[in-house]
Write a new protein. Structure first.
Ligand SMILES: [Zn+2]
Length: 123
């Protein structure tokens, strides 16, 4: 794929994430504002699972926002440093195409990525 293709591909992924994010945000606000109707069987298990649910939504929202930031970084690279796109920001080797397809905003090759993850865990 050439840069124009990647750009288009990123646009599609960006739109997908934005739509998903919008949906989750409206779900999250519904969860917060909705009056909890008094249930006949108001047991704790129910409340607990609701809490887990909104926590899960919040985590997902965070993950999507990070994804969007990464995508914008990729657009920035395409625009300003096209020669660096699809190249590892650490070792500047070309990033595997399969990896780029799964994650077109990837900054690092799989090797450097694994290294970074490892050092994060040590901390
Ligand atoms: Zn690398």
């Amino acid at each position: 794929m050439d840069l124009a293709n990647w750009h288009e591909y990123l646009k599609i992924r960006e739109k997908e994430i934005e739509e998903l994010l919008e949906k989750l945000l409206s779900d999250a606000s519904k969860n917060n504002s909705e009056d909890t109707p008094s249930r006949e069987n108001n047991d704790f298990a129910d409340t607990a699972s609701e809490l887990v649910d909104s926590e899960r939504i919040n985590l997902e929202i965070l993950r999507l926002k990070e994804g969007l930031a990464e995508i914008r970084h990729a657009f920035h690279k395409i625009e300003h440093y096209p020669e660096r796109f699809a190249r590892c920001e650490k070792c500047s080797k070309e990033i595997e195409e399969a990896r780029m397809k799964a994650k077109p905003w990837a900054r690092y090759c799989i090797r450097c990525k694994e290294q970074i993850e490892r050092t994060k865990k040590v901390k």
